[in-house]
Design a protein around this ligand. Structure first.
Ligand code: ARG
Length: 575
C-alpha cells in the first residue's frame, strides 16, 4: 500500500502533466491548513505563464479526486489543499493494519548490504564511540533486514598491527592465565595501560615488542597462538557487552583487521598494475586530487609503509575490495565516527579509481558525532578516565530499576528485573538514535530516563498503557480481526493520519539512515495517541465505536512496537 502522499501524487501527477504538457512533480506535503498541500502550480505559473490559481483550478478539474477527498480547495496564490474523506482514511487504515507488515512490502530490489559497525579494538576498552557505532549499526541491520535485503554484518575489530607486539610481550610477562583472566573480566584498559607503561619506560621491553611485531606479521606459530589468546578473550568480553546491549552481533560477525592479512599484497599489486601507486618517502601511496593535510601538502593514502608493513589504510582498501568482489555487496555501509570521514572518503575514492566500485554499487559513510559529558567535552569519568561501557549501561539499568519501582511497585520481581533492563538499555539507545547522528549529544541519565518528553521510556510506556487498556477490556491483543473502522472525531482523524504516515517514514529512513526521523515519528505518534485517548473514551464507548477505537489502540501499539523493535528497543507489555 502506498502512503497518503504517494496516493495523491499518483492522482495529481497526470493532471499536472495534462495542464503543463510535460511531467511536473506535484510536490505533495503535509500541511497545517488542510491535511495535504501541493504548491506546484506556483512555480508552474512562472514556467508556462498564467495565473497559478487558474492553473491550480485546471489541474483540480483534470484530476480524479472525488473518491478520495472530502475537500479539494484552492487557496492563497494557488495552493491546492487536499483533505481525505474519513471513509477513505478508515478503509486505508483497515487495509494496512490487516497486514502484519503494515502494508510495507518487502523490497522489490533486494540488495546485498555490508554493515561495518561496532569495531572495537582488541585488548582495549570499548569507548563511547564504539557504543554509538554499535547502536546505530544495529538499527541499520534491523531495518534493512526487515525490508528483505541480505545484510552481512562486519565487525571490523582492531586486532592487528604494532600495539600487539607490546601486548603479547606483556602477556608473556604476567603469564597467560593471569592475562586471560584480566581480559575476560573486562579489565582491558588495565591490561593495555600496563603494557603501554612498560613500553614507554623500558627500552628492553620496547625492543622485545618491536621484534614481536615482526614475528607476528611473519606468522610465527607461538606468537600467533599468544596473539590469539588476547584476541579470543577480548572477543568473549565484547560478546558479553553485546549481550547486555541486546544487539544482533554474533561471534560469526568478527571480521577483524587480521582477516585481510593475506589480501594486502594483492591490493598493492593491483593498484600498482593500474598505475595508481607513487613512492613517497619510501612508502607506496595513492595520491588523490582534493586531499591535503593541514599544511596544504598533498595527503596520500598509504598503501604500503616504508618498512614493508601495512597500516589501517591498506586494510580498509582490502575490506572494500573484498566486500564488493567476494561478498558481492552493492551497498557498503561504514558506521564509523566523524573523525574518520576523510580516511573513508579517500578509501572510497581509491576504490572508484581502481574501478572496484562501479554503479550500482556504492559505499556510504554512516558517520556520527560524539557523546559528551555535561561539561560539553567528550564523556569521561569524574577522574578523567574514559568511561567503561558496561559501567555506563549498568548504571542506566540501576537507575531505571529505581524509577520503575516507584512507578509500579506491584510488578513481581522477575517482571521488574526484565522491565528495568528493557527501560535502562532502551533509554540509552533511544537517546542516541533520537538525535541527528551527525551531531554530538550530552549523555544525561535523568533526561533519557524521564517518562516525559522524547525519550525511550515515554514511548515504551505509551505502548504499555495501551496493553493495559486491553487487559482492562478483557480483549486479547493484537485483535484477531481488524473489522471496520469508523473515523469521525478530529482526534481519531489525526491519529489515523499519523498511523498512515509510518510506511513513508520507513522508506525515507532506509535510504538516509537518519534514525532520529523514525524516533521523532514514533514520538509524534505517541503524542497523537495521548490526545486521542483524552478526547475519545475507549472502554466507556459502545458497540461499533468501541470496536473501532480499540482497533485504533491496537494499530498504534503495533506500530510503536515495530518501530521500537527496528531501533533495537524492547517494548514491555507492562511497566
Ligand atoms: N577499530 C576502529 C576504531 O576503533 C574502527 C574501525 C572502523 N571500520 C573500518 N573499516 N575502518 O577506531
Amino acid at each position: 500500500m502506498a502512503n497518503l502522499e504517494e496516493i495523491l501524487h499518483q492522482r495529481l501527477a497526470p493532471a499536472f502533466e495534462k495542464v503543463a504538457g510535460a511531467p511536473v512533480d506535484p510536490a505533495i506535503r503535509r500541511s497545517q491548513h488542510a491535511q495535504f498541500q501541493s504548491d506546484a502550480a506556483l512555480s508552474l505559473g512562472r514556467r508556462i505563464g498564467g495565473k497559478p490559481r487558474d492553473i491550480a483550478a485546471r489541474v483540480v478539474e483534470a484530476a480524479q479526486l472525488g473518491d478520495l477527498c472530502s475537500s479539494v480547495e484552492i487557496s492563497g496564490p494557488g495552493f491546492i489543499n487536499l483533505t481525505f474523506s474519513d471513509e477513505v482514511l478508515a478503509r486505508l487504515l483497515a487495509d494496512t493494519s490487516a497486514d502484519e507488515r503494515f502494508g510495507l512490502p518487502q523490497t522489490k530490489a533486494p540488495e546485498t548490504i555490508t554493515v561495518d559497525y561496532s569495531a572495537p579494538n582488541a585488548a582495549k576498552e570499548m569507548h563511547v564511540g564504539h557504543l554509538r557505532s554499535t547502536i546505530i549499526g544495529d538499527a541499520a541491520v534491523r531495518l534493512l533486514e526487515w525490508q528483505g535485503h541480505t545484510v552481512i554484518r562486519q565487525n571490523h575489530i582492531g586486532e592487528w598491527g604494532t600495539p600487539f607486539g607490546m601486548l603479547v610481550e606483556h602477556l608473556l610477562d604476567i603469564g597467560e592465565s593471569e592475562a586471560a583472566h584480566e581480559l575476560s573480566v573486562g579489565d582491558l584498559n588495565g591490561f593495555y595501560k600496563a603494557a603501554r607503561v612498560k613500553f614507554d619506560a623500558d627500552e628492553q621491553f620496547k625492543d622485545r615488542a618491536r621484534k614481536r611485531v615482526v614475528m607476528l606479521q611473519s606468522g610465527d606459530a607461538t606468537t600467533l597462538r599468544l596473539w590469539k589468546t588476547l584476541v579470543d578473550e577480548s572477543k568473549k568480553y565484547f560478546m558479553t557487552v553485546y549481550g547486555i546491549l541486546g544487539v544482533c552481533l554474533t561471534e560469526d560477525d568478527f571480521f577483524g583487521e587480521s582477516y585481510y592479512n593475506d589480501q594486502l599484497e594483492s591490493v598493492v599489486d593491483e593498484l600498482d598494475e593500474l598505475g595508481l601507486l607513487r613512492e613517497s618517502g619510501g612508502a607506496q601511496c595513492v595520491f588523490l586530487e582534493g586531499y591535503t593535510n593541514r599544511d596544504g601538502d598533498p595527503l596520500p593514502v598509504i598503501v604500503k609503509k616504508g618498512d614493508g608493513g601495512f597500516g589501517y589504510g591498506a586494510t580498509d582498501l582490502a575490506t572494500i575490495r573484498h566486500r564488493l568482489r567476494n561478498l558481492n555487496a552493492t551497498r557498503l555501509l561504514y558506521v564509523v565516527g566523524l573523525p574518520q570521514r576523510q580516511h573513508l572518503e579517500m578509501i572510497y575514492d581509491v576504490a572508484r579509481e581502481a574501478r572496484w566500485i562501479t554503479p550500482p554499487a556504492r559505499a556510504e559513510h554512516v558517520g556520527f558525532g560524539s557523546i559528551l559529558g555535561d561539561d560539553g567535552k567528550i564523556l569521561r569519568t569524574r577522574a578523567g578516565h574514559s568511561v567503561k561501557l558496561v559501567d555506563l549501561l549498568e548504571e542506566a539499568v540501576v537507575r531505571a530499576s529505581a524509577v520503575i519501582a516507584q512507578k509500579n511497585p506491584e510488578l513481581d520481581e522477575k517482571t521488574h528485573t526484565d522491565v528495568a533492563r528493557a527501560v535502562g538499555i532502551g533509554a540509552v539507545k533511544y537517546a542516541d538514535l533520537s538525535t541527528d547522528r551527525m551531531k554530538d549529544y550530552v549523555f544525561d541519565y535523568e533526561r533519557m530516563l524521564s517518562f516525559e518528553g522524547n525519550t525511550g521510556p515515554y514511548l515504551q510506556y505509551a505502548r504499555a498503557r495501551i496493553c493495559s487498556i486491553f487487559r482492562r477490556a478483557g480483549v486479547e491483543m493484537p485483535l484477531p480481526e481488524v473489522g471496520t473502522l469508523a473515523i469521525s472525531e478530529p482526534a481519531e482523524r489525526a491519529l489515523a493520519l499519523e498511523l498512515l504516515a509510518f510506511s513513508g517514514v520507513i522508506a525515507e529512513v532506509s535510504g538516509s539512515l537518519e534514525f532520529h526521523k523514525l524516533a521523532n515519528y514514533l514520538y509524534g505518534l505517541a503524542a497523537s495517541f495521548t490526545r486521542f485517548y483524552e478526547k475519545c473514551p475507549v472502554l466507556r464507548a459502545e458497540g461499533d465505536v468501541k470496536h473501532s477505537r480499540l482497533t485504533l489502540c491496537d494499530i498504534t501499539a503495533r506500530t510503536l512496537k515495530l518501530g521500537l523493535e527496528l531501533l533495537g528497543i524492547e517494548a514491555p507489555d507492562r511497566m
